[in-house]
Design a protein around this ligand. Structure first.
Ligand code: TXA
Ligand code: MG
Length: 349
């Protein structure tokens, strides 16, 4: 299959391009498109066969449920059996944006989207291209992140092309994703409002609207939790080994990274680093580095994390040193992605 890569104006998407993509989706084909978090691999969420083809394209195991994307709040009632008051509050506060809500699924929605669960994940993205596409199709679009299974998520059309060329007909290129990590997944289908995946909307921000939101412990390291499907530990992984440093003192963390980097170089390895501007200063020479921005700027780190992993992979490094960003704000999402990229192994200093 030939994959077309079409550039779209990120603020004022050209209607003829959006129409082409919408027709393709309504024919049952897959279209990759930008969102503010990461690129999505879209299929008509009401078409079970189209949804099934997502799994093949991503080489994704079929036990992983998919988020339905919508452009109007009124679409929610077609997807969810009921919309609890907390969902209404959260939608008003955070949609469109990087928040996914898990609700009880309406019976007319194909069960394959949730892999047979009685729930559905719904999100209203803010990206103008995603919104235009949703508007033009008139149907909800089921879309996982547009990467091959276990690879770092795609934050540019180029990343999507690297992973999925020859497997899908169309990629819309709207430039880099502005947030860079996926949406926060919040489960409202049970008695406790539980974050299943930390993401673009932070715990602190959610609690300002819903004080009783809690975090699921699963992403903190339990690899096989069935409450949080698709959150298995190996995920978001570059080919290089991730050496993830954790500790209380920034000074010691830096020293630890420098020491290990030096040791690996001495062993003849090619060493990469994903580091803040400040941390980069003391790295041994010869380390291939990608900068995450100022240490205090977690948004900048989120924007560059996945792209940095992919860039270092393409430089052929054997390992990548990176440190715990702290768990405050977006730090929780960054830590979660790093921990999975490191397949759960951490170097304590
Ligand atoms: O930011 C995002 O959420 C991106 C963009 C494209 O919207 N999408 C994304 O999709 O990250 P994906 O498939 O890579 O991750 C979706 C997460 C998975 O961890 C999945 O298990 C969870 O949402 N999920 C989806 N449906 C669910 C359900 N019914 N119950 C529990 N978890 C669900
Ligand atoms: Mg994903």
């Amino acid at each position: 299959m030939k994959t077309r890569l079409i550039s779209v104006d990120p603020l004022f998407p050209q209607s003829e391009i959006i129409q082409t993509a919408a027709v393709s989706l309504l024919r049952g084909e897959l279209v990759a498109f930008p969102t503010e978090t990461v690129y999505g691999l879209g299929a008509n969420a009401l078409d079970a066969a189209a949804l099934r083809s997502i799994f093949a394209a991503k080489e994704r195991p079929t036990n992983d449920p998919i988020i339905a994307h919508i452009s109007k709040a009124s679409q929610l009632k077609d997807l969810a059996m009921q919309v609890p008051p907390a969902a209404k509050l959260l939608c008003d506060a955070f949609w469109p944006g990087p928040l996914t809500l898990i609700l009880k699924r309406a019976p007319q929605v194909p069960a394959i989207i949730a892999e047979g669960r009685d729930t559905i994940a719904v999100r209203m993205p803010a990206n103008p291209i995603a919104r235009a596409l949703l508007h033009a199709t008139g149907v909800p679009i089921g879309a996982p992140s547009a990467n091959t299974f276990t690879r770092p998520s795609a934050t540019t059309a180029e990343h999507v092309y690297q992973d999925l060329a020859g497997r899908i007909p169309l990629i819309l290129d709207g430039g880099p994703s502005t947030i860079g990590v996926e949406s926060t997944v919040l489960d409202l289908s049970g008695t406790q409002k539980t974050i299943l995946r930390p993401g673009g909307i932070t715990l602190e921000t959610l609690r300002a609207v819903c004080p009783d939101v809690v975090e699921a412990p699963s992403y903190l390291g339990r690899a096989d939790s069935s409450d949080s499907p698709g959150q298995m530990l190996k995920h978001y992984s570059p080919k290089a080994e991730i050496l993830l440093f954790r500790g209380e003192s920034i000074k010691e963390l830096r020293a630890g990274m420098y020491r290990v980097a030096q040791g690996r170089i001495a062993r003849g390895e090619r060493v990469g680093a994903l580091v803040s501007n400040e941390d980069a200063l003391g790295l041994p020479s010869g380390v291939e580095k990608r900068l995450l921005g100022a240490a205090s700027d977690l948004s900048a780190a989120a924007q560059t994390l996945f792209a940095g992993m992919r860039a270092l992979d393409s430089r052929g490094v054997d390992c990548i040193v990176v440190r715990d960003p702290g768990r405050v704000g977006l730090g929780a999402a960054l830590w979660d992605r790093l921990l999975r990229a490191a397949e759960g192994s951490v170097i304590d200093v």
